[in-house]
Unconditional design. Structure first.
Length: 529
C-alpha cells in the first residue's frame, strides 16, 4: 500500500481507536465525574544504512552498492481498542541491474484490534494485518522469523470469541496473504503473494488441559494463464494435557493438495512429552510426517522458494540444517540436570534418530553440554556433538554409505572483570564431511567474537568468521569485523560495523535460507518514542 493511501486511512483509523466506549474498569472515580483512561501513543523507528563492497563470493550482483532500510512502528492504544501501523522503506545507490532492488515507501502492516464483551461472551475483532498459529504450527503458522527475514501475515479479518469464562474459544480468520516486501538474503523486492487464505479453530479448556480442532486452506493466486488455482488444505486436532509433573502435547493433521490435474494427500503426527523428576527435566519429542508439505502459496518473482504458511516442528536443534521435513519419522530424548540450584547451573544431553523417506537417508545426532552460572554474574556454556547422515541398509545407493557428517562445538563465556566492565566470548565451529561422488569433501565453518561491555552504554566487539565450503579460486574463506555499540538510554541505540562476515545457510526451526557474505560498512540506529 502506498503512502497516499496511508495518509487517507490514518485519520479514520485514529478516530476509531480514540472513539471507544467507556467501561467501568477504564475509569478513575473523582468527586464530580468518571473520566476515561487516556489513550496512549508510542512508536519506534529503525534505520539500517550500508555500503557493500566486493564480498568475494563469485557473484557480482551483491557487490558495490549502498542501501538504506527504514522501519517505523506506531501504536495508538486505547485500552480495548488498539491500532498499530508499520511503514517500511528502502532506498538503493549504484544497485546492480541484475537483481530487482527497488526504492519504495509503503504501509507494510496496519492492524485495528477491538476487544468487547457482549453479555457473557468476550470477543476480539482484528482487522488488517495479523499473524496466526494453530496448534504447534503444522496446519497454520503466520509469523515473523527475524533471524531469517521471514515475515508473513494475512490482510483481512480475524474474530476470536470466548465463551463460558474463556473455557471455549472459537477463531475464524481470512484474507489475502501479505509478505514483507523486501527479501532478506539479497534485498530483492517481493510483491505480496495475495493468496487467499482462510482458517478456523475451536479450542476447549478443562481441568487437565486443552483440546482443539482446526483447519486452514490456501488458494494460490499466481498461476499460468488457463491453469487451475491449486488449493492446499490442512485439517487436524491437538491436545495439551497436564499429568502431574508431566505435560503432553499431541497433534495429528491431514492434508489435501488439489493441483487441478492431480490430488495429493499427506498426514502428520507430532508429540512432545516434558516432565520434571527432581532436578532432572526430561523431554521426549517425536514426529511422523508422510508426504506432509508446508501450506504452500504462490512463487515469488525470483522463483527460488514458494511462499509457505505453516512450519512443521523438526524435533531437532533449532539451528539444524534440515534437508527435508515433509516425509520423515523419528524423535529425540533430552535430559537437563540441575547441578547447582542456587546458581541454576546444569548439564544436558540429547540423542535423536530420524529416517527421511524423501531423501532416503537416516540421521543420528548426539550432543550435550554444560551451563555453569557464577555468583559473580558470570556464565559459561560449553556444548558439542556429532551428527551423521547415511543411506539405509535397504537403499539402492550403496547401503550404509555416508552422506554427510557434522561435528560441532559451541562456547559462550561471560565474566565481569571490574566494576562496570565485563568480557563476553562467543565461538562456534562446524566441521563437515560430505560424500561427493567417490570422494569425501571436508570443510569447516564457524565464527568467534570477543566483546567488551563498558558500563551500561558502550560495547566494543571484534570477530573472526571462516567458511571453507566453497573451494573455487578467489572465494573468501576468512572474514573479520569490528563493531561499536552505544546505548545512552532505552530510547536510543546506535551501532556501527566495519569489515566482513561469512554467509551460508542459516536455519531456524526447520526454515533455512542461504545468505551471501557481507563486506563493507553498516550503521544501525533505533529510536523509541
Amino acid at each position: 500500500m502506498n503512502v497516499n493511501r496511508l495518509l487517507r486511512l490514518a485519520p479514520l483509523l485514529s478516530v476509531l481507536c480514540l472513539a471507544r466506549p467507556v467501561h467501568a474498569e477504564d475509569t478513575v472515580v473523582t468527586d464530580s465525574s468518571a473520566i476515561a483512561a487516556p489513550s496512549t501513543f508510542s512508536g519506534s523507528t529503525t534505520a539500517v544504512l550500508e555500503w557493500r563492497n566486493d564480498n568475494r563470493n563469485g557473484d557480482r550482483t551483491d557487490d558495490n552498492y549502498g542501501d538504506m532500510l527504514v522501519r517505523t512502528n506506531l501504536l495508538q492504544d486505547g485500552g480495548d481498542t488498539r491500532m498499530t501501523l508499520r511503514i517500511d522503506g528502502a532506498g538503493f545507490v549504484s544497485r546492480p541491474v541484475d537483481v530487482d532492488r527497488r526504492n519504495y515507501l509503503r504501509m507494510e502492516r496496519v492492524t485495528l484490534e477491538m476487544s468487547r464483551t457482549l453479555g457473557r461472551v468476550r470477543t476480539q475483532l482484528t482487522l488488517g494485518d495479523f499473524y496466526a498459529q494453530f496448534g504447534s504450527g503444522l496446519a497454520l503458522s503466520l509469523r515473523r522469523v527475524d533471524e531469517l527475514g521471514l515475515d508473513m501475515a494475512t490482510r483481512g479479518g480475524r474474530l476470536d470469541a470466548f465463551f463460558g469464562d474463556d473455557r471455549l474459544q472459537v477463531t475464524v480468520l481470512g484474507g489475502l496473504t501479505n509478505s514483507a516486501n523486501i527479501e532478506a538474503t539479497r534485498l530483492r523486492f517481493t510483491e505480496d503473494p495475495e493468496d487467499t487464505l482462510g482458517g478456523a479453530r475451536i479450542e476447549g479448556r478443562f481441568g487437565l488441559g486443552t483440546v482443539g480442532l482446526h483447519g486452514a486452506t490456501v488458494r494460490q493466486a499466481d498461476v499460468p494463464d488457463g491453469q487451475p488455482h491449486p488449493i492446499n488444505t490442512n485439517v487436524g486436532a491437538d491436545t495439551n494435557l497436564s499429568m502431574g509433573d508431566f505435560t503432553l502435547q499431541l497433534e495429528v493433521d491431514g492434508q489435501r493438495r488439489d493441483l487441478g490435474s492431480a490430488i495429493n494427500d499427506g498426514h502428520a503426527a507430532y508429540a512432545n512429552l516434558t516432565g520434571q523428576l527432581g532436578r532432572t527435566t526430561l523431554v521426549f519429542e517425536g514426529k511422523h510426517y508422510s508426504r506432509f508439505e508446508p501450506l504452500f502459496g504462490s512463487w515469488p518473482g525470483y522463483q527460488e522458494n514458494r511462499f509457505f504458511y505453516s512450519f512443521s516442528p523438526t524435533a531437532e536443534r533449532i539451528d539444524q540444517e534440515v534437508l527435508d521435513n515433509t516425509d520423515t519419522t523419528g524423535g529425540r530424548a533430552r535430559a537437563d540436570v540441575v547441578t547447582n540450584a542456587d546458581t541454576a547451573s546444569s548439564v544436558h544431553a540429547n540423542v535423536a534418530v530420524f529416517r527421511n523417506r524423501n531423501t532416503d537417508l537416516w540421521f543420528g545426532h548426539a550432543y550435550g553440554g554444560v551451563d555453569r552460572r557464577f555468583a559473580s554474574g558470570g556464565a559459561l556454556l560449553v556444548s558439542g556433538g556429532y551428527r551423521r547422515e547415511w543411506h539405509p541398509s535397504d537403499s539402492a545407493v550403496s547401503p550404509g554409505q555416508l552422506f554427510r557428517a557434522i561435528a560441532h562445538g559451541e562456547l559462550d563465556w561471560l565474566t565481569p572483570i571490574a566494576q562496570g566492565l565485563s568480557i563476553h566470548l562467543i565461538a562456534m565451529h562446524r566441521s563437515l564431511v560430505e560424500q561427493v561422488g567417490s570422494r569425501k569433501s571436508i570443510s569447516h565453518r564457524g565464527n568467534s567474537s570477543l566483546e567488551f561491555d563498558v558500563g551500561e552504554r558502550w560495547i566494543f566487539l571484534g570477530g573472526v568468521d571462516w567458511n571453507t565450503q566453497d573451494t573455487r579460486d578467489g572465494i573468501r574463506t576468512l572474514f573479520g569485523f569490528v563493531t561499536v555499540r552505544y546505548r545512552p538510554s532505552d530510547r536510543f541505540f546506535i551501532q556501527a560495523l566495519a569489515g566482513s562476515q561469512r554467509g551460508g545457510i542459516r536455519c531456524v526451526a526447520g526454515a533455512c535460507r542461504d545468505f551471501p557474505p557481507f563486506s563493507g560498512v553498516r550503521l544501525d540506529t533505533t529510536v523509541r518514542f
